[in-house]
Design a protein around this ligand. Structure first.
Ligand code: ASP
Length: 290
C-alpha cells in the first residue's frame, strides 16, 4: 500500500453572501485533481503547493494574483509565503508589485537567498534577477474580484492557500494574497509572515485566511502546531482552538491544515470559506459556505 498523502486548498474566507460560486468550485476541484495526480506520481510537497497556488493566482477568481485588488493609491501590492516542513526552510515576499506569480517569488526566496522575507522594491529587484515573469500592463492584467464589492466592505478579503502531505511524509504550506480591500500603501498582512498566516513543520502544515491583523496578533498558524505539541491535540482540535483565540480578539477567518497522517482540518469563524480537499483515494470535498 502506498503512503498516505493529502492536499487541501482555500480561496479565502471572504466569499460574498449569495454570490454564484460555481466558477470557484470548478477551479478548486480541477486544481485538487491536478495536485492529486502530481502526488500520485510522487511529486514533492513543495512542487505541488507552488503549482496549485499558481493556478489559484492565475484564475482571477480570488483576491490574489490576477484577482488582486489595488491599495488606496491604486497600486497592486501582493504578499506570498511558502514553508517546507521537512527542514523549516521558508521564503516570502511582501508588498511586491509587478509580477504574475508571487508564490514563485516566495519559492525563489526560499531556494536562492539566505533570507526568509523580501519586501517591496528589493523583492522586485530580486524577482527581476531571478527572471520571474513581469506583468507588463497592470491595469489590463488585474481583474479585481474586489471591484464588485462596495467601499463599505472595508476589510473584505480573499487570499488563496494550499497545504500538502506528500508520499514521502513531508509537509508544505503556502499562501498568496492581494491583502485586504482598501489597504494602506505598504500594509502587509499575515499571509507572508511565517507563524502568523503560514506555517509547516514535521507535524502539521497550515495556511490561514481572514483579517490579517488579528492573525498576526494571535500567531495563528504556529499556534496550531504548538497546541499539537504541548497539549497533544489532534489537528482538528488544535486548528479550532487557535482560530477561537484569534476570534476572541475580534477577528474572523479560517484556515486549512494537514497532519502527517493526511488528516485535514478546515475550520472557519466567518460566514464562509472557499475550501477543498482531496485524499489519497481521490475523494474530493469542495465547499464555500457551511
Ligand atoms: N489574510 C489576508 C490579509 O490580511 C487576507 C485574506 O486572508 O483574505 O492580507
Amino acid at each position: 500500500m502506498s503512503a498516505p498523502f493529502a492536499l487541501a486548498l482555500h480561496g479565502g474566507a471572504g466569499p460574498i453572501r449569495n454570490a454564484d460560486q460555481s466558477a470557484e468550485i470548478a477551479n478548486m476541484t480541477a486544481l485538487l485533481q491536478h495536485g492529486h495526480t502530481m502526488l500520485q506520481k510522487r511529486a514533492n510537497a513543495v512542487d505541488v503547493v507552488v503549482e496549485v497556488i499558481a493556478g489559484l493566482e492565475q484564475a482571477g477568481l480570488y483576491i490574489a494574483g490576477k484577482g488582486a485588488a489595488p491599495n488606496r493609491d491604486g497600486v497592486f501590492e501582493l504578499d506570498a509565503a511558502i514553508m517546507d516542513g521537512k527542514n523549516r526552510n521558508a521564503g516570502a515576499v511582501c508588498a511586491l508589485s509587478g509580477f504574475y506569480a508571487p508564490i514563485k517569488a516566495a519559492r525563489a526566496v526560499l531556494e536562492n537567498t539566505p533570507h526568509v522575507l523580501l519586501a517591496g522594491t528589493g523583492a522586485a529587484k530580486f524577482c527581476d534577477d531571478e527572471g520571474l515573469q513581469r506583468v507588463d500592463d497592470p491595469q489590463a492584467y488585474y481583474t479585481p474580484v474586489a471591484s464588485s464589492l462596495s467601499a463599505t466592505d472595508a476589510l473584505a478579503h480573499g487570499t488563496v492557500g494550499c497545504v500538502v502531505l506528500d508520499q514521502f511524509g513531508d509537509l508544505c504550506a503556502g499562501t498568496s494574497t492581494g491583502g485586504v480591500l482598501n489597504k494602506m500603501p505598504g500594509r502587509v498582512g499575515d499571509s507572508p509572515l511565517i507563524g502568523a498566516g503560514t506555517w509547516a513543520d514535521e507535524q502539521v502544515a497550515v495556511s490561514c485566511t481572514g483579517q490579517g491583523e488579528y492573525f498576526i496578533r494571535a500567531a495563528v498558524a504556529v499556534d496550531v502546531s504548538a497546541r499539537m505539541s504541548y497539549a497533544g491535540m489532534s489537528v482538528d482540535a488544535a486548528a479550532v482552538g487557535a482560530l477561537a483565540d484569534m476570534e476572541r480578539q475580534g477577528g474572523d477567518g479560517g484556515l486549512i491544515a494537514v497532519d502527517t497522517q493526511g488528516r485535514v482540518a478546515m475550520p472557519f469563524y466567518s460566514h464562509g470559506m472557499r475550501r477543498g480537499a482531496i485524499d489519497a483515494q481521490g475523494n474530493v470535498t469542495v465547499k464555500v459556505f457551511r
